[in-house]
Design a protein around this ligand. Sequence first.
Ligand code: PRP
Ligand code: MN
Ligand code: MG
Length: 204
Amino acid sequence: MENDIDRVLWTEEEISRRVSELASEISGDLGRTSSPTVIVGVATGALLFLADIVRKIDLPVIVDFVRVESYGSGTESSGSPRITSDVKIDVSGKHVVVIEDIVDTGNTVSCLISHFKSKGAHSISVCTFLDKPARRRVSVELVGEGKFYRGFEVRHLRQDHMKQSLYPKILECPDYFVVGYGMDYAEVYRNLPYVSVLKPEKYT
Ligand code: PRP
Ligand code: MN
Ligand code: MG
C-alpha cells in the first residue's frame, strides 16, 4: 500500500496533535451548556477521526453515526448526497457535532445540517479534519451557536511542502485528491494512519 503513496501530507504525530487541539476547543465550547451533546460521525470517511477525537473530548457525549454517500467510486462528488443510514438517537433539543474527514463541495454536511435542523437539534456544529474551501459549492450554514471546526485547510500548501517541490506534483493530481486517515480512493486506503497524496498513475 505504501508503494502507492506519492507523499505524506500530515503524519500520525501531526494529526494527533491537531486532534487534541480540536477536542479541547469542542470540550470548552460545549462544556458551558446544559443540553446534551451528540457527536455524529459520517460513515465511512470519518471513522478514524471520530475514534480519535471522541477519546479526547472531555464531556459525557453521546456518539452516533450516519451514512451519507456522494462520491461513489470516483473522485468527483455527485452533488446529491443521500443519507443511507440515519442516527438512532433523538437529536431534538441536543447539540449536534457532525464529524467529517473532509468538507469539499459542502453538499454532504449541508444535507446533514438541514436533516438535523428539521429534527429540532438545539445547535449544529461541524468538525472536519480537512477543509477545502476553494472547492465549496454550497455554503455551510450552521445552526444556533454551532461552530465550524477544522483540522487543516488544503487550499494553501505548507511552506515545507513547497520546498520539497510538492506543488508541481500536486498540480498533476486531480485537484489534490488525498487519501488515508479515513479517506479513500475507490474505497481503498482508508486505513493509512496518515494523510497522503496517491501517485498520479494510481488514478484511473
Ligand atoms: C466524502 C467525504 C465527505 C464528503 C465530502 O464522502 O468523506 O463525507 O465526501 O464531499 P462534499 O463536501 O463534496 O460533499 P463519500 O461520499 O466519498 O463517502 P465515504 O465517506 O464513504 O468515502
Ligand atoms: Mn464521507
Ligand atoms: Mg469517499
